[in-house]
Design a protein around this ligand. Structure first.
Ligand code: CP
Length: 303
């Protein structure tokens, strides 16, 4: 059974294929209108979402299938064993996409499932986002091999999946991450990335973005912690430490790099407001591409 939890069991060619298929499907969506006829995707959310929910649900509709939205708190997932619930669920649906708080729960879910499980973002990885991101880079900058992406922000799930995907397909990636979000720490992933010679880490953000083809940032505080009173002090400390790393005109004034953010955006924090609508910004293309690339992911797993 094939799942998409991260890219560990995926081949570089398969990642490239999902990126290229996303571009192809975007150009000729009607060609795929019956590709998943009679197929059903269950979408389970333990955390909030705009793009992941909309993109997967719309993707299923446009592929001729159906998607069921399941809020963790209003289903029996809240009170039962995750494996039992998934053993049942995977007898009635063809695929499961889950956004869970913990990667360990997602792994349990995948082990119990009869159908493919897709990671819709957990505390360690966000592989669907990385496919949409690289599709967007390719649309704007051409063949990905040798291009340089600079990630500036807190080292989190998005950063992990970008490092993993970029280094597997021959892209260079530099991480400027003064803070590591502990749950996202994956030493094996970084060790593997370092061995490719394509991954570098630095705190010299000015130097890092000089020759970048893409500069990327993300929220400094994960969605589940944003309004958590227990995280209030840590949130304030992060803002103070991260402010010198904000994407703004001072940092990117001379750069031709495309400006990327996976959204939701916290204007005036990780990115200055005028960078969001800057001519080099591809942020809304990136968000739109979630849907086209989700189609490619679903077809890869279900066809
Ligand atoms: N980037 C992303 O996953 O968006 P949502 O949190 O809105 O799904």
């Amino acid at each position: 059974m094939r799942h998409l939890i991260n890219f560990k069991n995926w081949a570089p060619q398969e990642i490239k294929s999902m990126i290229n298929e996303g571009i192809k499907i975007k150009k000729e969506p009607l060609k795929y209108e019956l590709a998943l006829k009679q197929k059903t995707l269950a979408m389970i959310f333990q955390k909030t979402s705009t793009r992941t929910r909309v993109s997967f649900e719309t993707a299923m509709t446009q592929l001729g299938g159906h998607a069921i939205y399941m809020d963790w708190m209003t289903t029996q997932f809240k009170l039962a064993d995750i494996a039992d619930e998934v053993k049942y669920l995977s007898r009635n649906v063809d695929c499961i996409m889950a956004r869970l708080k913990k990667n360990a729960d997602l792994t349990r879910m995948a082990s119990a499932s009869r159908v493919p499980v897709i990671n819709g973002c957990d505390d360690r990885y966000h592989p669907c986002q990385a496919i949409a991101d690289l599709m967007t880079v390719k649309e704007h900058k051409g063949p990905l091999n040798g291009l340089k992406l600079v990630y500036v922000g807190v080292h989190n799930n998005v950063c992990n999946s970008l490092i993993e995907a970029c280094t597997m397909i021959g892209m260079r990636i530099t991480a400027v991450t003064p803070i590591i979000h502990k749950p996202a720490e994956d030493k094996d992933l970084l060790h593997k990335a370092e061995k490719t010679g394509l991954y570098h880490a630095t705190l010299n953000v000015g130097e890092a973005v000089k020759d970048a083809d893409a500069v990327y940032t993300d929220t400094w505080v994960d969605m589940e912690l944003f309004f958590d009173p227990r995280f209030k002090q840590e949130k304030q400390e992060r803002i103070e430490k991260m402010m010198p790393y904000q994407l703004n005109r001072d940092l990117l004034g001379e750069s031709n790099a495309i400006i990327m953010h996976d959204m939701p955006i916290h204007r005036g924090y990780e990115i200055a407001a005028d960078m969001i609508d800057h001519p080099n910004s591809v942020i809304f293309d990136q968000a739109e591409n979630r849907m086209h690339s989700e189609k490619a992911i679903l077809l890869q797993l279900l066809e």
